[in-house]
Design a protein around this ligand. Structure first.
Ligand code: HEM
Length: 350
């Protein structure tokens, strides 16, 4: 009997021991092998994000933070705790898939349109012929400012296109090495002449801003589409088309200048995304301006008879002035532009 009581006690003690063990071990087993949350939680002040190894965020949210929020938004503000951005990848896609693929075509398309226009309409002649009498149009300093800008623009345009499109246009034909030499040389030239563009832009602005503000007569130019499809359009010193060109050069020129400075001195900006945005704006602005410049050069040379005189000699034929800038002609000479046009010059009669 004594023995039976003893073994019952032993059995009871074993049971209690097992129960106590189970009660102690169960929660630990439930945690698997994970340490307590605060064991690896870096107390770095960052509330959420990838640095918090046991953070409460789902994978999707964590990767969202890694990727800088909206992947399409170049200017997305940096999220605190963000480890990296993928805007560099988006920048590369924009550059390779859009800029390099399509932008280079813009100047070629404009050249094509101008060639077709020239073949159909031919040059715009001075209807009454040259009178042989001239009136002053641009001072020497205005002309020097214009040609200084034109020269800098052409140098920067050519070197810039080599830098931008060399890999696509030069390398396949001349080889990678030739492209590398040309691109390095173009880059040096571009960096050297770039700052001069800012100087040229300010000078051009000072010399040409008078006469380039909107005037009511410009509305007639707009309604008659510049007279390109016929009909006479009155104009003062500059017509609306010239004014658009002037303000395009100035405003896009400012964007190109600022983004150019950022690219020359990257330490000026803290966030690399400003640098990425700058390269895109710089290329789009410059190539857009180059494309429109072809239109300007066309009208200034073979497109319109007598136009180039104003920039070469500083004087224009009176009949040219009456036909293209009648109100300016009246202002300058005090004579009516609709009076009988001057007789053609002697040499033209013979
Ligand atoms: C290299 C070829 C170029 C030629 C042959 C040329 C020709 C001309 C001519 C003839 C005029 C005077 C038009 C008039 O009398 O009303 C003019 C004006 C002007 N050009 Fe050029 N140009 C050239 C390049 C450029 C470039 C590269 C720029 C700027 C990036 C430029 C900017 C201007 C401006 C701002 C005016 C004044 C027009 C206004 O104020 O509205 N030109 N150009």
């Amino acid at each position: 009997m004594q023995n039976q009581i003893h073994s019952f006690r032993n059995f009871l003690s074993l049971g209690i021991l097992m129960l106590m063990f189970a009660a102690f071990v169960a929660p630990v087993a439930a945690q698997s092998v994970l340490p307590p949350g605060n064991a690896v939680n870096l107390d770095d002040g960052i509330e959420e994000g990838p640095s918090n190894a046991l953070g409460n965020l789902s994978d999707t949210e964590i990767w969202d933070i890694f990727r800088g929020g909206n992947p399409r938004d170049i200017l997305a503000p940096t999220i605190e705790g963000q480890v990296m951005t993928t805007t560099g990848q988006q920048w590369r896609v924009i550059r390779e898939q859009y800029i390099l693929k399509y932008l280079g075509w813009a100047p070629l398309i404009v050249i094509g349109i101008l060639a077709v226009f020239y073949l159909i309409r031919g040059p715009m002649k001075i209807a009454a012929g040259r009178s042989g009498k001239t009136i002053p149009r641009f001072s020497l300093s205005a002309r020097v400012a214009h040609w200084f800008m034109a020269a800098i623009f052409i140098i920067l345009g050519l070197t810039g296109l080599v830098i931008l499109l060399g890999r696509v246009v030069i390398a396949p034909y001349l080889g990678l090495e030739a492209n590398s030499v040309l691109t390095s040389a173009a880059l040096q030239g571009h960096n050297l002449f770039g700052p001069l563009f800012i100087f040229a832009l300010i000078w051009l602005f000072i010399k040409f801003v008078r006469g380039n503000f909107f005037q009511w007569v410009d509305l007639k130019w707009i309604f008659k589409l510049g007279g390109f499809f016929g009909g006479h359009v009155s104009s003062r010193q500059f017509n609306f088309g010239e004014k658009i060109w002037f303000w395009m050069v100035i405003l896009v020129g400012i964007v190109i200048s600022i983004t150019g400075i950022i690219m020359l001195f990257p330490s000026l900006v803290e966030d690399v995304r400003w640098l990425q945005l700058s390269t895109i704006l710089h290329a789009v602005g410059a190539v857009g301006l180059i494309a429109v410049a072809f239109g300007h050069i066309y009208i200034g040379t073979i497109g319109m008879e007598g136009s180039i005189d104003s920039m070469l000699k500083g004087e224009v034929d009176e009949n040219w002035a009456k036909e293209h800038h009648d109100l300016w002609y009246e202002e300058v000479t005090g004579k009516s532009a609709t009076e009988e046009t001057e007789a053609p010059a002697k040499e033209e009669i013979s």
